[in-house]
Design a protein around this ligand. Sequence first.
Ligand code: 4AD
Length: 452
Amino acid sequence: MRELIKRVLQGDEERSAVEIAGWVRTRRDAKGFSFLEINDGSCLSSLQVIVDDGVPGSEQVKDMLTGSSVRVTGDLVTSPAKGQKWEMRATEVKLVGAAPEDYPLQKKRHSLEFLREISHLRPRTNLHGAIFRTRSRLAQAVHRFFAERDFVYVQTPIITASDCEGAGEMFRVTTLDAEKGGKAEEDFFEKAAYLTVSGQLEGETFACALSNIYTFGPTFRAENSHTSRHAAEFWMIEPEVAFCDLEGDMDLAEEFVREMVREVVKEMTEDFALFSKFVDKGLEPRLRQVLEKPFKRITYTEAVEILEKSGRQFDYPVSWGDNLQSEHERYLTEEHFKCPVTVYNYPRSIKPFYMRQNEDDKTVAAMDLLVPGIGELVGGSQREERYDRLKKAMDDHGLSEGYDWYLDLRKYGSVPHAGFGLGFERLLMFVTGVANIRDVIPFARTPGNCEF
Ligand code: 4AD
């Protein structure tokens, strides 16, 4: 039976009749035998296979070019070569699928831009194999983190009629003919429907029943942002906690980020070593600091003061009441504090309707967690649990219809509650050092781009 190379390499004794399968990374021919480097994606390392002329199937070796798929049976023996514990002496080889010489991933360094154009083949590179194994491992760690803390996993809807963030960045879902048009009442759902920008509002209904919940799923934003940190389709982790205030929310976000970093540094050692060596030399010290030091916490007002006093010429000048731009966020976390920073109590006027109003009447109990290299990783808040205040905020935002169910949570047994959203791809960028969101998502969807 075929074994994964990851398992084979973990063995601690020589064995015979081991069967592996994978894709040829390189082949070198010598007198009387050939070397094949075979990778099956189960781990970063390839297995070196020696095929002596004359073993069954060896006449096919000449066609085993880079990229072709093969099956090999052989003896696992201690390798005399440096840097590898095991190699395989083939007793039988078989070419499964040939790859002609135009296979795009020949052994040389390719630019990330080029690899994006062949997103269907890039998982076969060392870097993308490592990124997507890390992505999988972290997704499992997300569920484990919440399960260990008694959170209930809720699958909030992907198609929705509510606009959580109120930013007008929703993709319309319709079966109406684009050319002919038609009224929303004639549409499939008999009202306007969209792809969700956040599972929060629906998540709140479950927190106000099951206490601690989280969602983890795809979210969609039709924002025309051409940056390295925005995608039109991304995955978000959104916990929501009943009987919790802003401080509890910030504590949870900090603990969560630290646990995710720990998972990668401690459990993904081989892939993490690749990121540290080839992607970003500053990665390891940055992540070690996350594990060892508490994050900084400052109010929005303090953040503005720091930015004003910085003496820096920002492209966008800062003034109290404006949204912090990415350049401001990065100054705070990368240059001023040089560690993750949670900024809280933002001006009410720049935040969505659902955030809890503070007693000063100017700010809301919102928080953003900023990290070096990325800027905003988490956005969250304590939710407005007071019926009258929420109703007024919704009216002010023009949300008078269709949200009765959301107000009901405040009408029947309302509780203080809080939650946050963390962009899964931004987390992956943070833990791998990869600078562009398009490289940590299997098939990126960005303005003007929906290939594959
Ligand atoms: O700050 P945001 O918009 O918050 C919400 O959607 C809240 N409803 C979440 C909540 O409280 N449950 O988004 C949360 C996070 C951001 O901090 C960022 O990490 C990520 O989602 N994010 C994006 N990631 C990639 N591409 C985009 N276009 C993103 N927009 C937000």
